[in-house]
Ligand binder design. Sequence first.
Ligand SMILES: Cc1cc2nc3c(=O)[nH]c(=O)nc-3n(C[C@H](O)[C@H](O)[C@H](O)COP(=O)(O)OP(=O)(O)OC[C@H]3O[C@@H](n4cnc5c(N)ncnc54)[C@H](O)[C@@H]3O)c2cc1C
Length: 405
Amino acid sequence: MTNELRYDETDIDEFRKEVSAWLQANKPRDPGFLLPQTFLEIGSEEVLDFLREWQFKVWSAGYLGMAWPREYGGGGLPIIYQQIADEEMKRLRVPILFNVIGLGWAGPLIINMGNDYEKKTYLKNILSAEDIWCQGFSEPNHGSDLGSIQTQAKREGDEYIINGNKIWTTLGNFAKYMILLARTEPKTERRYDGLSFFLAPMKVKGISTKPIQKLTGEYGFTETFFEDARIPASSLMGEEGWGWRIAMLTLQYERGAEAGAAGGPAMTPIYMSDLIAMTRKITRENEPLISDPVTRDELVKFMIEEKAILLGEKRANVPQLCSDYPRSLSLSHKLRTSEHFRKMRQYAITLQGAKGGLYVGDDEAIQGGFWQRAYLNNFGITIGGGTSQIQTNIVAEHVLGLPKD
Ligand SMILES: Cc1cc2nc3c(=O)[nH]c(=O)nc-3n(C[C@H](O)[C@H](O)[C@H](O)COP(=O)(O)OP(=O)(O)OC[C@H]3O[C@@H](n4cnc5c(N)ncnc54)[C@H](O)[C@@H]3O)c2cc1C
């Protein structure tokens, strides 16, 4: 990335005004259908087209991939510009930038360790949303236990033949490419050694997808089947046997433990200010809930947690402030944020009393069931990319140095 480039504080202030003005002028109108709160629940072509057009517009205006190299469609600027654009996108509540597996993990991975061909072929189209990416790691019996995956990739001439079954493939039915973890060596002493990593095309004979419905009633991921699917041998990333190492690096990007994402909000920001706004509107015994001392106490606890998370994100970028437990902030980021949001959203529903049980589509639901949908969606966030239990193990072992068992 281009953190090392110099920038001027006055430029930055001007830039914030510029991006804010652009976003206000170009923010899409309400499309008249329910937009997803996260990139994990895009279930129809209609929603996809809307978000695709929006991402293309943001990228064309120069506010996405600002720190990615210029020769591959990026802006070649210091990362601070993207951070400001992201802050403004969140503040102005524009729609999410949905192509997250490309923007957030496949893209940075390709920039980090891809060859020139891979960079030229994939990066620009990730930014423009022309190519949608998905991730084929989990299998029906191997999620947390990723090292045991069974999908096979067998080399035959200039191709690999893929056989197996992946599951929970976010954006699987729309994707043109998949970051695929598969076994090229069935028998190795250490199970990790037989794995390889592919930048695999999805639109080939022998690959099919079946949408899976979520707790929220929405769709967004698929089961993905490979039956003698032939992909070019050039889709192999690095060398055979490097799969585990590349997959672990990918997960660092996915969990927010490594920088490099192109930018843009992947999820609708839902902050304490939103919850406080709700407590001003709901009344109990004719008084707004915000004036109840017990509620205020609870709100303050959540506000402290939110502030700590936001300050932690800033602190993580200053190595001198992270020397006591190196990487503690980055490695615990996913666990802290996803669990905080889950508890905060659950509390929002509790505050709604009897109406807490109403969902999207019910005329009586508070804010159209926004908090209920957000709460149910949040379970996916505590699971995808490694469950909270797995994240806790990582912190225990890699930050605190506790023994494995
Ligand atoms: C919304 C969503 C989107 C997803 N998108 C994708 C995607 O695009 N691509 C993809 O490949 N996968 C995706 N996943 C899959 C996700 O990565 C897995 O669900 C996750 O890694 C857990 O694996 P599992 O479902 O097999 O559960 P399991 O691994 O079977 O876990 C079951 C339970 O056991 C616990 N557990 C397991 N092992 C341990 C341990 N060692 N210590 C303590 N507790 C443990 C877990 O925490 C969990 O509570 C997605 C999941 C969700 C929910």
